[in-house]
Design a protein around this ligand. Structure first.
Ligand code: ATP
Length: 302
């Protein structure tokens, strides 16, 4: 086998609690992550050029991001270099990314791409590394990358490395709406450190409610410690939530450090109406209707 096509799914945070801070400055977190059915496609091709990693990229369903290049900074290239540096025999790889997940949107697009490259190259190398070894490598690339190796519904703790998968299939109609303006993740953490939020949610109650498909109960218990920071930097977020709520969203929240808002709807018609209202409002750069998914990356590999 000399080539694979991997899917790299986006995630939403169904709650994000900052629980502390390590001496090295990293925030300790408790987050419920859920994979959703929006994905980048990553072709990974073994070449005859030893050690050479190259990539190019097309934009599919999202808007081009000027800051993102196909050079050494791209998480696909970083992931490929990392895994290749640990293999006993080096190969060259060419990566072709089709970017559908908006960049810097709170949906872990870059982290998911990095995880997909680790998975794909490992498969092409005869599963040389174990899942634990892949997760260790993943953590050096970013806090969300270990979760993205398997995805699904998961409680993520520590700085993102303590993963507790949850065996549940959440049956929700989800609307993702991203305003044009971005939020820098470090700035969101800094702002929320300076403005601690006295309100808290209940992560265990959220997980229990997802297992029971009780969206009302999820809405009552969900909390994101970065939400106020995201709203401070991008005031349109509150207006997007209002439009979702006016169209019968059970609840709407920011994912990660934003600026993407996700709304949960019990009916597909309400979700369609909310999407139409948001398109008319011109508050959003990207709008996607998605479902919660439990990926099976090995079976889905092409
Ligand atoms: P998270 O939800 O994990 O905080 P995010 O969705 O906010 O992540 P990403 O889309 O992962 O953010 O991008 C974060 C940064 O990583 C951007 O500044 C982007 O330029 C850089 N980046 C590098 N490679 C990629 C990639 N393949 N896809 C997206 N972003 C990338």
């Amino acid at each position: 086998m000399n080539q694979v096509i991997e899917k790299a799914y986006a995630k939403i945070n169904v709650g994000l609690h900052i629980t502390g801070r390590r001496d090295d400055g990293y925030h300790l977190l408790s987050m419920v992550m859920q994979t959703v059915s929006l994905y980048d496609r990553i072709g990974i091709y073994r070449t005859n050029e030893d050690d050479e990693i190259s990539m190019d990229m097309d934009y599919g369903g999202s808007h081009p991001e000027e800051d993102m290049t196909c050079g050494d900074d791209n998480l696909c290239v970083k992931a490929a270099r990392l895994i290749c540096s640990r293999l006993p025999e080096s190969h060259g790889y060419y990566i072709h990314l089709v970017k559908n997940i908006p960049v810097a949107a709170g949906m872990a697009g870059g982290s998911s791409d990095a995880a997909a490259v680790l998975r794909g190259i490992n498969a092409l190398e005869g599963d040389y590394f174990s899942k634990n070894e892949l997760c260790d490598m993943a953590l050096t690339l970013g806090a969300d990358v270990p979760y993205c190796i398997d995805g699904g519904l998961c409680l993520c703790e520590g700085i993102g490395e303590k993963l507790t998968p949850v065996n549940a299939d959440w049956n929700a109609h989800i609307l993702l709406a991203k305003p044009p303006e971005g939020v820098s993740t470090p700035s969101a953490y800094k702002w929320s450190d300076e403005h601690p939020n006295p309100l808290h949610g209940d992560i265990s109650a959220v997980i229990d409610a997802i297992k029971k498909n009780d969206n009302e109960k999820i809405g009552k218990n969900i909390h994101n410690d970065l939400e106020n920071a995201a709203k401070h930097f991008v005031p349109e977020i509150s207006r997007i939530e209002d439009v979702m709520d006016e169209n019968n969203a059970v609840f709407s929240r920011v994912t990660g450090s934003g600026p993407t808002v996700f709304g949960i709807f019990d009916s597909e018609d309400d979700r369609s109406r909310a999407a139409a209202a948001l398109r008319k409002s011109e508050l959003c750069a990207d709008i996607f209707s998605v479902e919660a998914v439990r990926p099976d990356y090995t079976a889905e590999r092409e």
